[in-house]
Design a protein around this ligand. Sequence first.
Ligand SMILES: [Zn+2]
Length: 88
Amino acid sequence: MELKNYTETVARQILKELVNKKQLDVCTCEQCLLDVLAMALNNLPPHYYVSNQGEVYSKLLATSNEFKIRVVTELTKAAIKVKNNPRH
Ligand SMILES: [Zn+2]
């Protein structure tokens, strides 16, 4: 059993999708991507849950569009900040 932050799970997934589809104008080195993730997560409410393996995916599918859009918005804002001030 593991304590997980559902917001983080969703944000990591969406960040990966945005980068794969080249919809995020940011450097994709590990430092920059983690900075984007950290910045976005600081602006989003955490949702902690106790995880069993395999459970995460079905939760992801059930994520509301409204929440996804909020995550995308925060990731996009964070990407702009990191791009203008990269730490790598
Ligand atoms: Zn970088």
